[in-house]
Design a protein. Structure first.
Length: 274
C-alpha cells in the first residue's frame, strides 16, 4: 500500500481535487464538469508519459463521469423547480445520435486536433457569453422539427468530441431562445446523461486495441479516474446547484464565460506553444 501511494499518491489527490471542483462547476453552471475534467486529465496523463492517447482518454473518461454528475445535478435543480423537462425529452434523442457520431469521429482524429478543437470552440462560446448583450434573443421559443434535429445532433456531436456535457452548448442556445439563465443552467445539466452514456460506451471498443493508454483503462475510459472523479462530483454537484440559485443571473453568466476562457486559452497554448 505504501508503495502504491508513493507511486500514485499525487495522481490520486489530483483526481480527487479535480472531482470536487468539477462537481461544484457542474452544479453551478450546468455543464457537466467536463470543462474542468478534460484539461486536468489531459495534463495529468501527458505528464505520466501517455502523450499519444492523453486527449482521447481525457475526453472519454470525462464523458463517463458526466453521466452521474449530470444526473445528480439535474435532480438538485429539479427540486428547485428550475428544469424544463419538455426540452430534455424532445431534444435528447437527437443529442444521443450526435454523441455517438461525435465519438466515432473523435476516435479517428489525432489527439492534437482534439485538443485544439476543445480550446477554439470553448473560447468562441465564452466570448459569446461574456460579450453578448443580456437581452439578445434569436427567438422566443426553442426550435422544433428539422432545426431541432440538426442543432440537437450538433450539440451531441461537438460535446462528445470535446468530452463535455451538453450544457456548455445548451445553455448558450437556451438563453438566446428566450429561457432565463437559471432555467438554461438547470435544463442544460440534463443534457449530460444523453451525451455521456452513449459516447462513453462507444469509446470503450473504439480504444480497445490502441497502444500506449494509461493503466487500468477500458478502451479510452480510464477506470480509476472515472471512479474517483465520479464520487467527488456527485458529492459536490448539489452544492453547486444551491449556489447557482443564490447568485445573480448576469454574474452567473459572466463567471461561466471566464471559466471557459481560462480553460480555452490553456488548451490552445498546449498545442501552439508546445
Amino acid at each position: 500500500m505504501a508503495e502504491f501511494f508513493a507511486d500514485y499518491g499525487v495522481l490520486v489527490l489530483a483526481l480527487v481535487a479535480c472531482g470536487l471542483f468539477s462537481g461544484l462547476v457542474a452544479g453551478l453552471f450546468g455543464i457537466g464538469g467536463g470543462a474542468v475534467i478534460v484539461p486536468v486529465l489531459f495534463f495529468l496523463f501527458s505528464g505520466l508519459g501517455f502523450d499519444q492517447t492523453a486527449q482521447h482518454v481525457a475526453v472519454a473518461t470525462s464523458l463517463a463521469t458526466i453521466i452521474l454528475t449530470s444526473a445528480r445535478s439535474v435532480m438538485a435543480h429539479h427540486q428547485r423547480g428550475a428544469v424544463d423537462w419538455t426540452i430534455i425529452k424532445t431534444w435528447s434523442p437527437w443529442i444521443v445520435l450526435g454523441a455517438v457520431l461525435g465519438m466515432a469521429v473523435a476516435s479517428r482524429i489525432s489527439g492534437t486536433s482534439l485538443t485544439l478543437l476543445f480550446g477554439v470552440v470553448a473560447f468562441l462560446l465564452a466570448a459569446q457569453l461574456y460579450f453578448g448583450r443580456p437581452g439578445w434573443r434569436l427567438a422566443e421559443e426553442m426550435p422544433g422539427g428539422v432545426v431541432r434535429a440538426g442543432l440537437g445532433s450538433g450539440i451531441g456531436g461537438l460535446s462528445a468530441l470535446m468530452g463535455i456535457g451538453g450544457g456548455t452548448f445548451g445553455v448558450s442556445l437556451m438563453t438566446v431562445c428566450g429561457r432565463s439563465m437559471h432555467t438554461a443552467v438547470a435544463t442544460g445539466a440534463g443534457f449530460g446523461v444523453a451525451i455521456g452514456f452513449p459516447a462513453a460506451l462507444a469509446a470503450i471498443p473504439a480504444g480497445w486495441d490502441v497502444a500506449a493508454r494509461p493503466p487500468f483503462s477500458l478502451g479510452y475510459v480510464n477506470v480509476p479516474a472515472f471512479v474517483l472523479i465520479s464520487v467527488c462530483t456527485v458529492l459536490m454537484a448539489p452544492v453547486g446547484a444551491k449556489l447557482a440559485h443564490a447568485l445573480d443571473a448576469v454574474l452567473l453568466k459572466k463567471l461561466f464565460a471566464v471559466l471557459l476562457i481560462i480553460v480555452a486559452v490553456r488548451m490552445i497554448w498546449s498545442v501552439i506553444g508546445g
